[in-house]
Design a protein around this ligand. Structure first.
Ligand code: FES
Length: 277
């Protein structure tokens, strides 16, 4: 059992959850994730680690409300307990002095990219961060990212933020303005990471994406997170979650992401009907 220290809504549809898990906090590295089960009858879902505090023994994630499990998580209160909280899982992101690194993040990825920006900055990189949001009221952690980035750009389809660019256009704009970008890292929904990878391919910039496929065990045993990278079968939980975005079979990824859509909708409708009649 792991105790919830904090759970709050950051912006509509995105919540923060902080869990007391001292062993996980001690070993967490940027790019890793945890598997959480909201209750004993729930499913195991992966959440990217957005921050951790070894002294307090806490680990923080940001999650998007998608299906039944994330809706259950969004109702947890400080003091509640979850039956399963396993981690840190996955390979940590590569951290070294690459030169100039451009980070692109949207949705829950804005939280997930924070420890990566912090570590890359500490390693001596020039860190440029693009935060992608649909509208100004969906923006969060801008100050945290500003504290660990040399520059932060907002990409939005919202005139309140004086921007109407989707993130790939912003990547091209920043890349044109810079003398050299040595690496791009994108974290967020599959479509955002796909579009970022497509944008950087003609520019010849190595692009790393952090996959978030369906997972069950998170330790390479069930095959749920299978993907194809460089023509080879990989498991996102143990071979990733970071992969070269130019090597991935995106069509396969999109198809596999949709496998349980109908079941998710049925499950959520049933759960809402039985819990909020
Ligand atoms: Fe089971 Fe990756 S989640 S193999």
């Amino acid at each position: 059992m792991a105790k919830i220290l904090d759970r709050r809504r950051l912006v509509p549809n995105l919540h923060l959850i902080e869990v007391h898990a001292p062993e996980v906090a001690k070993k967490s590295r940027p790019g890793q994730f945890v598997i959480i089960m909201p209750d004993e009858r729930g499913e195991r879902i992966p959440l990217s680690i957005a921050d951790w505090d070894p002294e307090k023994g806490s680990v923080t994630s940001v999650f998007l409300l998608v299906g039944t499990s994330t809706h259950k998580l969004s109702l947890l209160k400080p003091g509640d307990e979850v039956p399963v909280y396993v981690g840190p899982l996955g390979k940590p992101s590569e951290i070294e002095n690459f030169g100039t690194v451009l980070l692109a993040a949207g949705c829950f990825g804005i939280g997930a990219i924070y420890p990566l920006a912090r570590a890359l900055k500490k390693a001596g990189n020039r860190v440029l961060t693009i935060i992608d949001v649909k509208a100004n009221y969906l923006l969060y952690w801008e100050d945290k990212l500003k504290a660990v980035s040399d520059r932060v750009f907002i990409s939005a389809r919202d005139f309140a933020l004086e921007s109407k660019d989707y993130v790939p256009a912003k990547i091209e704009e920043v890349a044109r303005a810079e003398t050299k970008i040595d690496r791009v890292v994108a974290i967020g929904c599959t479509y955002l990471m796909y579009r970022c990878s497509e944008a950087t391919k003609p520019l010849g910039i190595k692009t790393i994406v952090s996959l978030n496929p369906v997972m069950v065990d998170g330790t390479g045993m069930c095959g749920a997170c299978r993907c194809t990278a460089g023509g080879q079968t990989k498991f996102a939980c143990v071979d990733g979650p970071d992969f070269d975005g130019h090597q991935l079979d995106w069509d396969e990824l999109f198809k596999r992401r949709k496998s349980y859509f109908d079941d998710e909708i049925r499950s959520l409708c049933y759960w809402e009907r039985t819990n909020f009649p």
